[in-house]
Design a protein around this ligand. Sequence first.
Ligand SMILES: Nc1nc2c(ncn2[C@@H]2O[C@H](COP(=O)(O)OP(=O)(O)OP(=O)(O)O)[C@@H](O)[C@H]2O)c(=O)[nH]1
Length: 730
Amino acid sequence: MLTNLRIFAMNHQTIPSAHINNLCCYKIRASFKRLKPYVLLGRNYSSLPGLIGNDIKSLHSVINPPIAKIRNIGIMAHIDAGKTTTTERILYYSGYTRSLGDVDDGDTVTDFMAQERERGITIQSAAVTFDWKGYRVNLIDTPGHVDFTLEVERCLRVLDGAVAVFDASAGVEAQTLTVWRQADKHKIPRICFLNKMDKTGASFKYAVESIREKLKAKPLLLQLPIGEAKTFKGLVDVVTKEKLLWNSNSNDGKDFERKPLLEVSDPELLKETIEARNALIEQVADLDDEFADLVLGEFSENFDLLPAEKLQNAIRRVTLAQTAVPVLCGSALKNKGVQPLLDAVTMYLPSPEERNYEFLERISRLLLPFADQHIEISSLTAGNIALTVGLKHTATGDTLVSSKSSALAAARRAEREEEKQHRKNNEAERLLLAGVEIPEPVFFCTIEPPSVAKQPDLEHALKCLQREDPSLKVRLDPDSGQTILCGMGELHIEIIHDRIKREYGLETYLGPLQVAYRETILNSACATDTLDRTLGDQRHLVTVEVEARPIETSSLMPVIEYAESIHEDLLKVSQEAIENGIHSACLQGPLLGSPVQDVAITLHSLTVHPGTSTTMISACVSRCVQKALKKADKQVLEPLMNLEVTVARDYLSPVLGDLAQRRGNIQEIQTRQDNKVVIGFVPLAEIMGYSTALRTLTSGSATFALELSTYQAMNPQDQNTLLNRRSGLT
Ligand SMILES: Nc1nc2c(ncn2[C@@H]2O[C@H](COP(=O)(O)OP(=O)(O)OP(=O)(O)O)[C@@H](O)[C@H]2O)c(=O)[nH]1
């Protein structure tokens, strides 16, 4: 397993690749002082023959650049906005590849998994390192499909900046909102790239408005397009008042002209650019006091005289402060606008030392990533992104520290900080690296190996895949003994199935995909239970009385309460066993065997015969809680999804008709260029296989995005139908 590693240490030493035991310090964080980076000079690895694939040039050098010249960035967007195409152009113009890869031909560098190349989508994030005009850029291309949201989040937390790619004909789309919120959570400065300016329906103005309205961000227009859709041929650099035109004879977009806009040759464009520049200056001055002083002092009479460099510095400050986002545009497919985007990445996004990380990590083997290929290196300075191999006990979301003693120190520190948490100690927040939020899976199905003998191999494969992808959950059905796979969506489970076959050589069988329901209770119920068993000469005797009642707050974990009559001494020895029993009972509701949510369990009495084992206490409590849940009035909760369908006007009616049959609840129908965007809710159970149905209904012209909204109570009729179906009555 490869682990993405972000080196946070900064010291007058590089991080050695000494042979240190693989140390898993789950959720243990260490803090270290920020010190100056060490710069290795004169190491030239330009001759690394055969290390990288034929089409990929070796890096000119694998020297450690000064930290101020490092940019760790991610590319994020809604599915199909053009992240992979943009990344391919970036790699080509930076000299990393010698030919242009194409998602539609399945030969891109970053989409290297077989499933990615076949489907033309990104599933796993890929990291590549290249140089641009003296800067070292570590870039991560992340997936756009909602099933792989966790993969995006695990990348974002180690990045310093991001480029958000938009389809200029669609503006902000559903998944853009999700990744934007994730980037907000990790406080990542961003640049927006309005891609597909060549596409029919592309609108710079519309896309900018959607950034303002839907993302509630302040767009800084650093460029204006020259032409739109079919007429798109270049850009205006608003900051420098220059026009950038791509040579129409060049088939790779490498050649373009940068010329100052002149009154004689471009009077209209110059006028438009000056207006845009003045607006930009006012906007930045509003957000940056230092710049406001400069503009109002020296240049208040004539903004035209303000040097581009002063404006760029101020734009950089507001971008880093995340009070506004620079907006650029282009067409990756038609090879226009990518080089200025790279300039903007180096100019406006932060270097690692401008982000406040205070952690040290240390590992055994270091590799520099080149998508699916790697070069082993002996050392790396702070601020870089690298890979490490062979960590057997780590999982996505863990933080590694340098040694056992620092781990222990960090653990003690973390404990102290936790204790202080209720005192709202802000320092604690600064010390902790935000963990990844693991979304709850909404689908599950059984998975079977080709033969019983292969069950251990399947378990091993699932264990490895889970460590990489914690949004994949695996459990055993206690009744049937079958292995159950729980995932984020149909595509997610399909890809896991495919990976087990390709990467572990196991042909597995999946049962029908089922929705992950939940259950709750509507009123209180009490139950008592006694367990009396003699094993050997030891008698185990427990008597329990519990009450289950519904609670208002939404929580998957039961709230556990103890009556005052329960003696403290008894709790001391048996609390863990009691709580294990309650948790295991609530994992298997009485209606469908689904997890029970929004309940409180009160232990009213507990008597334990001396010598009774804690396992027996757990078993008795669990059985008693299940009895109480069974007695109460019960309710099935089903996952309700946010749905956004983008469809050509002509196909709107059939799409709406179909959604009505799927118990869809339409909230809004927006107009987006020539398309209609249907926004609403639909129960997950009704939307299985929707991509095929939608393709048929709209001749493949519509797209949709789904995201879990909440769990809602099913109406009695639908609930009965479901229960009858599950018990084989219908
Ligand atoms: N017209 C036009 N099409 C583009 C442009 N950039 C990408 N495309 C096309 O849009 C489709 C999606 O491109 P990708 O680069 O795979 O998009 P992505 O955002 O990486 O997609 P995921 O990885 O699946 O999220 C492909 O068919 C591309 O050829 C562009 O600038 N103009």
